[in-house]
Design a protein around this ligand. Structure first.
Ligand SMILES: CC(=O)N[C@H]1[C@@H](OP(=O)(O)OP(=O)(O)OC[C@H]2O[C@@H](n3ccc(=O)[nH]c3=O)[C@H](O)[C@@H]2O)O[C@H](CO)[C@@H](O)[C@@H]1O
Length: 365
């Protein structure tokens, strides 16, 4: 199979694409893949590092208010569709897949106009603006939450789950915590604010460090690349005990996750797919800054099943963070119950399901 795939901006759109590529290569080692992203998004760092062929397109998002910038955006969109057409002509894909972000809008739209089989994958319970636009042109749509179904043309939709779920369940324990300077036989909480870090979670965690230092459990605090230097500078005289480690970014999250006992983090859809696939107890702090408050809806789908706790960002302080983390880390039975509830919601074969959707789109042509 020759797969052209595009997803950009944040990890939540990129990691599902990488997981799908991994599953495709496992089934078909001869498969050829071209990833199309932007030079500014996280994908420009993550994708080439994996040895995947990568090309870029320049694009920008719409401003919500009417502005001159929007004319530039439309012009850039049309230009980027032109660039995508060139890439498609040269690569000759059998199928083109979009996993979200503006760049996937241009690539998948161009492919549909060239009568190439197209598929989009939606990770969220509330559909993203790019996927909503593309849904009118594509052949098939993979979704991860039932509540997304009604927001798309019904006959194109298939429940696949998020391919990242399958990728993380296939990783065995590798003493990855040890490599980060932690013990691999101690209960560990991972604190992180999605793929880019979250200022409020970071601030509360910094406040909590004197308490976390004193706990018997370990803390792995991942700040997000752009926040790291400021946080380390701001720590000033606060010493870190050996059971607390701070990192800017975890490159190989699937290797770390099997060794994690509790997560405190955002409720991004791909994080949720990982949490449910592995059955990891979690405290979710939905971002209030995303479209239609979709992270609260993502989080609520777990909370309703006893599969996660929720703290509103407005209620998050150093104190409430420690209280919530203690609540799970000091209660092994409660953790086990939550883990089982989370795992029941997991979709560990999501990448294979999405691959089948790709094949169905190709057959339909
Ligand atoms: C602010 C924002 O717009 N967030 C959106 C973005 O979230 P975001 O990009 O944060 O995505 P998710 O929380 O869904 O996933 C984060 C991904 O990054 C990985 N990771 C994270 C930190 C790290 O150090 N290393 C690492 O590999 C995680 O393992 C996970 O695979 O896309 C999601 C999926 O469309 C949406 O649901 C979120 O609302």
């Amino acid at each position: 199979m020759r797969l052209m795939i595009s997803g950009g901006g944040t990890g939540g759109h990129i990691y599902p694409a990488l997981a799908l590529i991994e599953a495709l290569k496992a089934h078909d080692p001869q498969a050829e893949v071209l990833y199309v992203g932007t030079h500014r998004g996280l994908e420009s760092r993550i994708v080439p590092e994996r040895g995947i062929a990568f090309k870029t397109i320049k694009i920008q998002g719409f401003k919500r208010s009417l502005s001159l910038q929007n004319f530039k955006t439309v012009w850039l969109f049309l230009k980027s569709v032109g660039t995508a057409r060139k890439y498609i002509k040269a690569f000759k894909p059998d199928v083109v897949v979009g996993t979200g972000g503006y760049v996937s809008g241009a690539v998948v739209f161009a492919a549909s106009q060239m009568h190439i089989p197209t598929v989009i994958h939606e990770q969220n319970s509330v559909v993203g603006v790019t996927n909503k636009f593309l849904s009118h042109f594509v052949d098939k749509i993979g979704i991860s939450f039932e509540s997304a179904r009604d927001q798309f043309p019904a006959k194109k939709v298939v429940m696949t789950g998020n391919p990242r779920a399958q990728q993380v369940v296939n990783i065995k324990k590798t003493a990855a915590l040890k490599a980060l300077g932690l013990e691999d036989d101690q209960p560990t909480v991972l604190i992180f604010g999605g793929s880019r870090g979250a200022a409020r979670i970071n601030q509360a965690t910094v406040e909590a460090i004197p308490e976390l230092n004193r706990r018997d459990y370990q803390t792995l605090f991942v700040t997000g690349q752009v926040h790291y230097d400021k946080i380390m500078d701001g720590l000033g005289k606060t010493a870190l005990a050996p059971n607390v480690k701070i990192k800017p970014y975890i490159k190989n999250m699937p290797a770390i996750l099997p060794e994690i006992d509790t997560i405190l983090g955002r409720a991004g859809a791909t994080s949720i797919a990982e949490i449910t696939a592995l059955g990891i107890p979690s405290i979710l702090v939905p971002s209030p800054y995303v479209t239609n408050d979709h992270q609260t809806k993502n989080a609520q789908s777990l909370v309703d099943e006893g599969a996660a706790d929720l703290i509103k960002e407005a209620d998050l302080t150093g104190q409430s963070l420690v209280k919530a983390v203690d609540g799970l880390m000091l209660d092994a039975t409660g953790r086990q119950k939550m883990a089982a509830n989370a795992k029941r919601l997991g979709m560990p074969d999501a990448a294979d399901r999405l691959l089948n959707v790709l094949k169905a789109a190709m057959q339909a042509h």
